[in-house]
Design a protein around this ligand. Structure first.
Ligand code: KIV
Ligand code: ZN
Length: 516
């Protein structure tokens, strides 16, 4: 029997992570990530904010129908409409949670909510009681707890515990705290809130000062038994605490932390790659645990040490976090059955028509690239975009000329709402020329905020994975595309972003505007 207490891992990649600019995901992409999170062993998956849009509601419901080994949670502002929407979305779940929140800092109550502290307490209690009509598993968060008065937090937490909340989440919404103060805040709250021992204390930290993980761990040292985090630290602004860092810190420093998680760490790298492919947010090479260099030893002294005795410089093993999961899976001669089975192992289930389409694309890819890895399959399926997004623009053909000493030129043919349209343009490079040609047709008026290319696997025959971030009238969208030809991948990504902009499904951000 372990003497450690369980640490609940609450993953909010699909909700707070999705609040990163342009990181919105389709229903099918969310289901794929949820399946991987279940494989990883996260206790709670915050699948979205049901009241944000009909698309979010449907995604949470579909995840609740699919996932069996993790609790499925929906966020809800502390108002009747949001709570009911969250309750309906999680109804199919084997184990479902409603996470309701309201801001408690003077600045948020006065300037954003325009409510008195008494009204805020009343609203919170109403929301928790209503949520309890749908599930016993209700979490309450005091938004901007970091800048809230301790006495007021004690008062509102006491009230919501009496109303039936089972988890009390204390967020550092603006990433303002430092570890010593955050730990102290948990210590004081747990000492002062009546019935503190009857609930789970949870921490939710943002990374604006780069301390989200350190603050979360300080909370754990002072009694928190749930950490809210995201894969790759994705999230609003500088992101949330990164799941992989929390999990590996607790595991590697068993001597320090009195807790253990049920995470299968070998699923960490596959989860990281999947989230990065789907959101188009690349992982920086020197990122702890999941960065490409996290286990690479460059200096001669280090290499010598590692070869003589691994522990000289390594505190974790690459294979323990899933680095060797990047294995050759299929090749040119692989059949349909092997292809389907491998997709299934990756949590991707396609109907017959989509499978035929995917298999045809796989064969095309295998003609260009001799070794096909799991990451290639993930990108291939993402690229098919089997989502609800209607394709206004479709690539028919692309011809690009680039030669030293002359200006690159692109000719493009698109199908626009079923009709073929052609355009030509020159540019400072082949990608620039191709984008200009697309714009001659689309005339989107969007600004290009980001263009990034990543190799999906190693080798010069690797597929290039391109992310294009566009902005139009305040709306930010990421488009992704993959191909062994990076100009084609770039055009696919650009068209994907234009299609998402054209689809125009607007979502409400839970933390903007009024609560009611
Ligand atoms: O950062 C925050 O305060 C949140 C809450 C909704 C929990 O994301
Ligand atoms: Zn947050």
């Amino acid at each position: 029997m372990s003497s450690k207490e369980p640490l609940i891992i609450f993953d909010t990649t699909l909700r707070d992570g999705e609040q990163s600019p342009g990181a919105s995901m389709t229903r099918d992409e969310k289901i794929r990530i949820a399946r991987q999170l279940e494989k990883l062993g996260v206790n709670v998956i915050e699948a979205g904010f049901a009241a944000a849009s009909p698309g979010d509601f449907e995604a949470i419901k579909a995840i609740a129908e699919t996932i069996k080994d993790s609790t499925i949670c929906s966020l809800a502002r502390a108002n009747e409409k949001d709570v009911r929407r969250a309750g309906e979305a999680i109804t199919p779940a084997k184990s479902g949670r409603i996470h309701t929140f309201i801001a408690t800092s003077p600045i948020h109550m006065e300037k954003k909510l325009r409510m008195t502290p008494d009204q805020v307490v009343e609203q919170a209690v109403m929301a928790v009681k209503l949520a309890r009509e749908y599930t016993d598993d209700v979490e309450f968060s005091a938004e901007d707890a970091v800048r809230s008065e301790l006495d007021f937090l004690v008062r509102i937490f006491d009230a919501v515990i009496q109303a039936g909340a089972k988890t009390i989440n204390v967020p550092d919404t603006v990433g303002y705290s430092i570890p010593a103060l955050w730990g102290e805040r948990f210590k004081q709250l747990i000492e002062r809130v009546p019935n503190a021992d009857k609930v789970i204390w949870s921490t939710h930290c943002h990374n604006d000062l780069g301390m989200a993980v350190a603050n979360s761990l300080a909370a754990v040292m002072n009694g928190a038994r749930q950490v809210e985090c995201t894969i790759n630290g994705l999230g609003e602004r500088a992101g949330n605490a990164s799941l992989e860092e929390i999990v590996m810190a607790v595991r590697t420093r068993k001597d320090v932390f009195p807790v253990e998680t049920r995470i299968d760490a070998t699923q960490i790298v596959p989860a990281s790659k999947l989230v990065s492919t789907i959101t188009g947010y690349p992982v920086q090479p020197n990122k702890a645990i999941v960065g490409a260099n996290a286990f690479a030893h460059e200096s001669g002294i280090h290499q010598d040490g590692v070869l003589k005795h691994r522990e000289t410089y390594e505190i974790m093993r690459a294979e323990d976090v899933g680095w060797n999961a990047n294995k050759l899976v299929l090749g040119k001669l692989s059949g349909r059955n092997a292809f389907r089975t491998r997709l299934k192992d990756l949590g991707i289930e396609l109907d017959d028509e989509a499978l035929n389409d995917a298999f045809a694309r796989f064969k095309e890819l295998a003609d260009k690239k001799s070794e096909i890895f799991d990451e290639d399959l993930q990108a291939l399926v993402s690229d098919m975009d089997p989502s609800e997004v209607q394709e206004t623009y479709e690539l028919v053909a692309l011809d690009v000329h680039s030669k030293t000493g002359s200006r690159p030129h692109a000719s493009i043919s698109l199908r626009v709402k079923g009709e073929r349209v052609d355009a030509d343009a020159e540019g400072s490079g082949p990608v620039d020329a191709a984008f200009k040609a697309v714009e001659k047709i689309a005339q989107s008026g969007a600004d290009l905020l980001l263009y990034s290319v990543n190799a999906i696997t190693s080798g010069t025959d690797s597929q290039g994975e391109v992310t294009v971030r566009l902005e139009r009238t305040g709306r930010i969208i990421n488009g992704n595309g993959a191909d062994t030809d990076i100009v084609v991948a770039s055009v696919k990504a650009y068209l994907n972003a234009l299609n998402l902009l054209a689809a125009g499904n607007l979502r409400i951000n839970p933390q903007e505007g009024d609560n009611i």
